[in-house]
Design a protein around this ligand. Structure first.
Ligand code: FAD
Length: 451
């Protein structure tokens, strides 16, 4: 039996590895458009800042590593079409432009996503950048080396924008973030996002909200700034688009694969598409929000890996299920650790819950212990006490708080459960009562008062 995987970064390479473990006899082929396979895009901002000295460190597995597991990787090969009736693909070797036919018994689509670039003038100027692929990373680094920019304008105010703002500031590039909306980090509640804004401003990042870029302006093919729809000129040596990504679904759509309401590929819990023997995984496909039960799109590296594992196992003849996700995510910006899981309060309301929330100051060690730091921890629960989500922002160990909350969501725990949970304590690790228990206790008593 022959398994073909289209795309070989996170979901595709994980699917291949899992398929091999499940079925030693399977023939496994990966077609990967880029020259590199199996790399960590998540590490790219740290290569730009210089924390990671060499981009080669982001390469997880090379084609020869895969070959040791009898997985054939064809880099610089793009799948052009899928014929699901005859179970064959048209593949183009991008080096020679030669097209050939490849057959499959099982197919996994792991084509990922790409940055959204607005259709405005000037996006092809030198100094206009995006960050996603391996090539993007190399272009980014070379552009900084060649242009020696003194200022950068990042358009968009999500995770990648903020990570890049830190990276560029560390390179002494004066950085401004411009956003169409009124705030940053829309996945967080406004009160928590405001803490992040202040921290970035304290670290010399400037912001321009309610700002829409009309076009990029350049001189001698090099970007010099942008004009806004209000007619204002903002000077910048670099203009970076970080306004979001879109799923690479054109190939799937052309083959007759159903897309969901989010625009990404619709899959069931076995990561199967509507066409027999075709699975999908990673940023190109949907997931199920485990709180609302609705299809959602969570283009995250850990989700891509988990989905890839399930798709790989099933395509190899196993029977695995991906139950969905809580959208748990984290980023570091300067000294702040910023993390969330589940629904923010505003989304909980939109989904018909009656949320209550509490925000507490959460120390990550005993207050008197050296290097103790705090985060603001927000817990959100439904009026029946069931935990709905959590957000943590600050210099403290936000990751620990949010991973506890994510596990509590998995167990469908209530605030009353968490108030008396047994967490590890010693001064170098935690205050005597976990901030999660403290916040859950406050919420539990508020809920009791209301009933
Ligand atoms: C700068 C940055 C930072 C990030 N940080 C984090 C983080 O901290 N935490 C986190 O959870 N996530 C993070 N992410 C997101 C994470 O990297 C993605 O969720 C993950 O890479 C998705 O993996 P994927 O395999 O589904 O898709 P992709 O990584 O998009 O890979 C898909 C591959 O398929 C190839 N392809 C597409 N079409 C074809 C075709 N027709 N034929 C052959 N090949 C094709 C593409 O060229 C691409 O190489 C970050 C992303 C970026 C860009």
């Amino acid at each position: 039996m022959r398994l073909v995987i289209i795309g070989g970064v996170a979901a595709g390479s994980k699917a291949a590895a899992k398929a091999r473990r499940v079925n030693a006899d399977l023939e496994i082929i990966i077609y990967q458009q880029e020259a590199e396979v199996s790399y960590s895009a998540c590490g790219e901002p740290y290569v730009i800042s210089g924390i990671i000295a060499d981009s080669q460190q982001l390469l997880i597995r090379t084609p020869s590593d895969f070959a040791q597991d009898r997985i054939q990787v064809f880099t610089e090969h793009r799948v052009e079409t899928i014929d699901h009736v005859n179970k064959q693909l048209v593949v183009q070797d991008l080096k020679t432009r030669h097209c050939f036919t490849s057959i499959y018994d099982r197919l996994i689509i792991a084509t990922g996503a790409r940055p959204i670039i607005p259709t405005i003038n000037g996006t092809n100027l030198t100094g206009a950048l995006v960050l996603r692929s391996w090539t993007d990373l190399q272009t980014f680094r070379h552009t900084i080396t060649d242009l020696k920019p003194r200022s950068a304008l990042i358009i968009g105010a999500g995770y990648i924008s903020l990570e890049l703002a830190e990276a560029l500031t560390k390179l002494n590039i004066s950085t401004t973030i411009a956003a169409r909306g009124q705030r940053l980090l829309s996945a967080f509640d406004a009160d928590m996002a405001a803490l992040v804004l202040t921290h970035l401003q304290e670290n010399s990042v400037s912001f321009r909200f309610n700002t829409q870029v009309a076009e990029l302006i350049g001189h001698q093919q090099r970007v010099t700034g942008v004009t806004t729809t209000e007619g204002e000129f903002i000077a910048a040596d670099l203009v970076i688009f970080a306004i979001g990504i879109q799923a690479n679904v054109e190939l799937a759509k052309q083959a007759g694969i159903t897309l969901g309401k989010t625009g990404a590929i619709q899959v069931d819990a076995r990561m199967a598409t509507n066409l027999s023997d075709i699975y999908a995984a990673g940023d190109c496909c949907e997931t199920r929000n485990r709180i609302t039960g609705m299809a959602s799109w969570q283009p995250l590296g850990d989700t891509a890996n988990l989905q890839g594992r399930v798709a790989g196992e099933n395509a190899a003849g196993g029977d695995a299920y991906f139950q969905g996700s809580f959208g748990t995510s984290i980023l570091k910006v300067f000294d702040f650790n910023i993390a969330m899981t589940g629904l923010p309060e505003h989304a909980a309301k939109q989904h018909g819950f009656t949320p209550l929330s509490v925000t507490v100051t959460a120390m990550d060690k005993a207050r008197y212990y050296p290097n103790a730091h705090s985060s603001q921890l927000k817990l959100i629960a439904n009026s029946n006490g069931r935990l709905l989500g959590a957000q943590a922002v600050g210099k403290g160990a936000s990751d620990k708080l949010i991973d506890i909350a994510a596990t509590a969501l998995l167990g469908n725990l209530s605030c009353a459960d968490l108030e008396y949970a047994d967490f590890a304590y010693s001064p170098p690790f935690s205050p005597v009562l976990s901030p999660i228990s403290v916040a859950a206790g406050v919420l539990a008593s508020r809920i009791k008062q209301q009933t």
